[in-house]
Design a protein around this ligand. Structure first.
Ligand code: UDP
Length: 242
């Protein structure tokens, strides 16, 4: 009996921070990168999930915080989008080393290193079994890669956004479990409750976009080995927002 994935087409959001080394100041940890690549390749092959990946850039640059806060916001955000492209190329390389075809499509044109984002072409790649990695977020300053994940999911008709977290917190809690030991985990939570409780899981732009377009979000712990595989197969590991 073949294992049939629950999702036919999914968008996986990996934050840039997840790629960084926890033990040194390397912006990209080769072990983590290869682990993530191995899991997405296995899932794409075994479960025939059509997979698009959005990778963030927070391991390198964030527009509004840190040194970025001293720059003009739009410029700093452009730098952040370039950071996501660095991560996208690294991920592409790690995945292709495992023999899986990929395409990077960038929301900001960089013709020498990535295709431009073209919706119909992205869908065609997915149908052919290629993993599509979306770089440069939405291409617009003042947005985040969470919102890019939501937007691209709607555009390519994905059934879910799989939001992998890297902080060791395995879903959405009533409060920050690292600060409040009485915090409880939600297995399920409606979009509006995330908004009403101001739970910091995705930015509000991304959450309301998913709500308006009926795209469920599965928040899970990306760093536990095997979890990407399980999430892509359709298992619920953390919290489902719908
Ligand atoms: N960014 C942007 N527009 C987008 C996506 C990202 O301007 O559509 C910039 C923004 O400065 C952001 C940075 O790129 O801080 C890195 O992306 P993000 O913070 O989403 O990365 P993550 O937190 O997932 O690593």
């Amino acid at each position: 009996q073949p294992v049939v994935a629950k999702w036919k087409r999914a968008v996986l959001k990996i934050s840039g921070e997840a790629l960084a080394s926890s033990s040194s100041d390397e912006i990209i940890d080769a072990l983590v990168l290869n682990q993530i690549a191995a899991e997405v390749v296995e899932a794409a092959r075994d479960f025939q999930v059509e997979l698009a990946i959005i990778v963030g850039g927070g391991n390198i640059w964030r527009g509004a915080v840190g040194p970025g806060a001293m720059l003009e916001r739009a410029t700093s955000d452009h730098m952040g989008m370039l950071a996501t492209t660095i991560n996208a190329l690294a991920l592409q390389n790690a995945i292709e080393k495992l023999g899986q075809a990929t395409r990077v499509q960038s929301a900001i044109q960089m013709a020498e290193l990535a295709e431009p984002y073209i919706r119909r072409k992205a869908i065609r790649h997915l149908e052919k079994g290629r993993i599509v990695i979306f770089a440069a977020g939405t291409g617009n300053p003042y947005f985040t890669t969470d919102t890019a994940a939501a937007l691209r999911a709607a555009e390519i008709d994905a059934q879910v956004v799989l939001k992998g977290t890297h902080s060791g917190i395995d879903g959405i809690y009533s409060a920050d479990p690292k600060l409040d030991p009485s915090a409880t985990k939600f297995d399920y939570i409606p979009f509006m409750e995330v908004v009403a409780r101001d739970l910091k899981v995705m930015d509000l732009t991304a959450i309301t976009f998913c709500k308006d377009n009926n795209i469920p979000v599965h928040v899970f712990d990306l760093m536990t080995p095997g979890n990407i595989l399980r999430a892509l197969r359709g298992e619920f590991l953390g919290t489902l927002v719908s």
